[in-house]
Write a protein that binds this ligand. Structure first.
Ligand SMILES: C[S@@+](CC[C@H](N)C(=O)[O-])C[C@H]1O[C@@H](n2cnc3c(N)ncnc32)[C@H](O)[C@@H]1O
Length: 356
């Protein structure tokens, strides 16, 4: 029927027929930050690392975790009800399998630094979402200035941010190590590398590769210590520079992970053009971000991540694979394909073609 909305836009298509409308989903989303903050505080208090030593009773946990007894029982039982802990028949609390693997800081699979980043930065910043929506202005005092300098001036802020970047890119980096034909290339440079998580994960799995990470000079000490810790100082080096004023280092493959989403469209295109210029013919550019689905109605995480860019940055936004393909084609990349990485990140990969 002319003028009727497309089916997927209707309330019925979303399971919201008037007869079975219920408040459950609204309340569930409305209260979601309670669950979220309970988890973030548990990570802040290192609950899962302490419990990973073995199941423990309430009285021992209260002392080890260092919380007041008034809220303790409810806190641990809430974590049980959320499925993050279990309580056995002897009333001892233990970690669920996922918390044991990913939230025990003694394990190499630890992702708690990402949750710390969410707790310390995002949780506060998101309190300003309404103001960001009303004004269109960034609400983060550091990145809102349009540069990373303010973020890195303060040592603890820098550390939380960079550790958060490593934990947040680890799964995507491990997926990329598997899902790209690295045997066809010899050198890789990660543009905006932070501590260097991505090149570490990739060259670790592919011993023929060398390269490094390009980032602001302030990052060098933390990059170098991360690379040393992983025993890769002979194969990875740091390239200090500013991608607004310096040429990008030459390599067979450039990666831009969670770089484009920080910037407005002219800057995104400029960065893509700079990568194109630095790559040899046949070289590859791998871009990844939390990509929005082309129809802009499914990937809630990516759409919310775009709002996070509104809150945090002066001009950043997330984008669809179709948009990215178009921008890459425009600056000269060909054979462009998309590659899902982890639950939230998707890569768009293009090859520098010979001049047409
Ligand atoms: C959002 S973080 C992404 C880090 C990493 N690629 C990842 O996915 O975890 C953006 C990175 O870009 C770097 N960066 C920001 N502005 C830069 C500039 N002008 N030149 C070089 N690097 C820059 C930051 O220092 C930071 O490491």
């Amino acid at each position: 029927m002319e003028g009727a909305p497309a089916l997927e836009n209707t309330a019925e298509a979303n399971g919201l027929g008037a007869e079975d409308a219920s408040p459950s989903r609204i309340l569930d989303i409305g209260y979601a930050f309670w669950r979220s903050k309970a988890l973030l505080s548990a990570v802040e208090l290192d609950v899962f690392t302490i419990i990973a030593e073995g199941p423990q009773r309430l009285d021992s946990l209260v002392g080890r975790v260092g919380i007041h007894e008034r809220g303790a029982r409810d806190f641990f039982d809430a974590l049980v009800a959320l499925g993050l802990l279990y309580r056995d028949e002897k009333d001892r609390y233990g970690n669920s399998a996922d918390c044991d693997r990913y939230l025990d800081r003694r394990k190499p699979s630890y992702l708690g630094e990402l949750l710390t980043h969410l707790n310390v930065r995002h949780y506060q910043n998101w309190g300003s979402l309404t103001r960001a929506l009303r004004t269109g202005a960034p609400q983060s005092k550091e990145l809102g200035l349009g540069s990373y300098r303010a973020l890195y001036d303060d040592r603890p802020t820098q550390e939380i941010f960079l550790n958060g970047m490593t934990a947040g890119s680890l799964l995507a980096a491990q997926a990329l190590a598997k899902e790209f034909p690295w045997r066809d290339y010899r050198t890789i440079i990660d543009i905006g590398t932070a501590q260097g998580c991505l090149p570490v994960e990739i060259v670790y799995v592919h011993p023929h590769l060398t390269g490094g990470g390009f980032d602001l000079p302030a990052i060098e000490p933390t990059f170098m210590s991360y690379i040393r810790k992983h025993g890769l100082s002979d194969r990875l080096q740091f390239y200090p520079g500013n991608f607004f004023s310096d040429p990008l280092p030459e390599a067979d493959v450039h990666v831009m992970g969670r770089i484009l989403h920080n910037w407005d469209l002219p800057t995104k295109t400029m960065l893509l053009a700079n990568a194109h210029q630095a790559l040899p013919v046949g070289g590859a550019l791998i871009v990844y971000d939390p990509l929005i689905d082309d129809g802009r109605r499914v990937q809630a995480h990516a759409l919310l991540s775009s709002l996070n860019m509104l809150i945090e940055t002066a001009g950043g936004f997330e984008y669809t694979a179709a948009q990215c393909r178009e921008w890459m084609r425009h600056v000269g990349f060909r054979d462009i394909r998309t590659q899902p990485l982890d639950d939230v990140h998707t890569a768009v990969i293009g090859i520098k073609a010979a001049r047409e």
